[in-house]
Design a protein around this ligand. Structure first.
Ligand code: TXA
Ligand code: MG
Length: 325
C-alpha cells in the first residue's frame, strides 16, 4: 500500500470526502494540525484505535488525545471545572490539550484513554476541526510518526515514515506551530503542566493568574507525554548546549549565540536568525530530520533560552538527547 496524498489547499472538498470515507471504514489517516501532523482515527471505534497503535508501534498504555470540533462537542465527552473552561475559552481552537474527567458512557472508547477515567481533549485549528465537524465524531490522534521518532511537521515527513502503512495523507503545508500542544491538568484549583508545548507557560499563567506547577526534569510518570525518556529521537546522537562543533557533527543553532568550529560541520541550520522562539519551534523537527540526513554521527545543538516556546523546544531536545535503550 502506498498512501494517496491529497493537498487540502487545492482539493478541500475531495479531501473532506476521502477522509470521511476512510475514517468511517475504521482506518486511520494522516492529517495536518497547527502543531504537528496527526495520525487520526475515530475515537469511538476500537478497531480504528488499535490501528493507530499498530501503525505507530506505540505502547497501548499511553493514552491518545481526542480532538473535537467545538466546545459543545468537548462537553459531550468531558467535564469542565471553571479554570479548565477559562483555559479552553482563551486558547481553543489552538495548541492546548486539557486532561479532564471523562463523561461516563460518552462513547470515547477505553482504548483511546488507555482505560483512564480522564480524557485528553483539544480543538485543533483549521482543516482538522472542519473535518471533525463533518464527521461529528471525536478523532483520536497522536503525532503521525513511528513511536519514539521525531514528529512530522509536513506531509513529506509523514510519507517518508508511514507512507507504506497508510491509505491517505492530507497535505496542508508546513505545520505553523511545529511542536505539539501544551498539556495541562487542573486539580484542586491548581494548574499542572504535563507537557510544555505550543502555548507558552507565561501565557497560561496570565490567563489563570495562577503559577503553573511544572514537572521537574524529564517526567517519568505515565501521564507524561513522550513518557519514555528517549523520544523525538533522530538516528544521530544529540548533544545539547554546544558552544563548539566537533568533527562529524551537524549544527543546529539559535540566532547569534557564538559557536566556534563551524566550518567542518556536515550541515548548519539556524532555527531563527532573528532569535524568534515561535519561528524556532516551527523549524525544529524539520531541521532535526535534515541534520540527521546530512550524515552526521552527532547533532550539536546551540543554547536556546528556556522561556516562552523555548520551554517546549528544550523539552523535545532533552528527550532527543536522552540515553537510548
Ligand atoms: O499537538 C498535539 O498534541 C498532537 C496533535 C496531533 O494534536 N498530538 C500529540 O499526541 O502530541 P501524542 O499522542 O503524541 O501525545 C499525547 C500525550 C501522550 O503522551 C499522553 O501521555 C498524554 O497526551 N495524554 C493523553 N491522554 C491523557 C490522559 N487521559 N491523562 C494523561 N495524559 C494523557
Ligand atoms: Mg508524539
Amino acid at each position: 500500500m502506498t498512501a494517496e496524498i491529497i493537498d487540502i489547499r487545492q482539493n478541500r472538498e475531495r479531501a473532506l470526502a476521502r477522509a470521511s470515507t476512510v475514517l468511517s471504514e475504521g482506518f486511520p489517516i494522516a492529517l495536518p494540525t497547527e502543531t504537528v501532523y496527526g495520525l487520526a482515527a475515530d475515537a469511538t471505534n476500537p478497531a480504528a484505535i488499535t490501528r493507530i497503535y499498530e501503525t505507530k508501534g506505540r505502547p497501548r498504555f499511553n493514552p491518545l488525545i481526542c480532538h473535537v470540533a467545538d466546545f459543545a462537542m468537548a462537553e459531550r465527552y468531558a467535564e469542565f471545572d471553571p479554570i479548565s473552561r477559562k483555559l479552553a475559552e482563551a486558547f481553543w481552537p489552538g495548541p492546548l490539550t486539557l486532561i479532564l474527567p471523562l463523561r461516563a458512557g460518552s462513547g470515547i472508547h477505553a482504548l483511546a484513554t488507555a482505560g483512564l477515567d480522564t480524557v485528553g481533549i483539544r480543538i485543533p485549528r483549521g482543516f482538522a476541526g472542519e473535518l471533525i465537524r463533518v464527521l461529528d465524531r471525536p478523532l483520536a490522534a497522536p503525532s503521525a510518526n513511528t513511536s519514539g521518532k521525531v514528529s512530522p511537521t509536513s506531509a513529506a515527513h509523514v510519507a517518508e515514515d508511514l507512507g507504506e502503512k497508510l491509505q491517505l495523507i492530507l497535505d496542508g503545508g508546513a505545520a505553523p506551530v511545529g511542536v505539539e500542544s501544551t498539556i495541562l491538568r487542573v486539580e484542586d484549583g491548581a494548574v499542572r503542566m504535563l507537557r510544555p508545548g505550543g502555548v507558552a507557560g507565561e501565557e497560561i499563567e496570565r490567563i489563570t493568574g495562577l503559577p503553573l506547577i511544572r514537572a521537574e526534569g524529564p517526567v517519568a510518570i505515565i501521564e507524561a507525554p513522550g513518557m519514555l525518556a528517549s523520544h523525538y529521537a533522530p538516528t544521530a546522537a544529540v548533544r545539547l548546549n554546544a558552544s563548539h562543533v566537533e568533527p562529524g557533527e551537524a549544527l543546529i543553532r539559535f540566532g547569534d549565540t557564538p559557536i566556534t568550529g563551524i566550518e567542518p560541520a556536515t550541515a548548519v541550520f539556524d532555527l531563527s536568525p532573528s532569535g524568534d522562539l515561535a519561528q524556532a519551534a516551527a523549524n525544529l523537527f524539520d531541521y532535526l530530520k535534515r541534520a540527521d540526513a546530512s550524515g552526521a554521527k552527532r547533532i550539536a545543538i546551540g543554547p536556546i533560552p528556556n522561556e516562552g516556546l523555548g520551554e517546549a523546544i528544550n523539552d523535545r531536545l532533552a528527550r532527543a538527547a536522552a540515553p537510548r535503550e
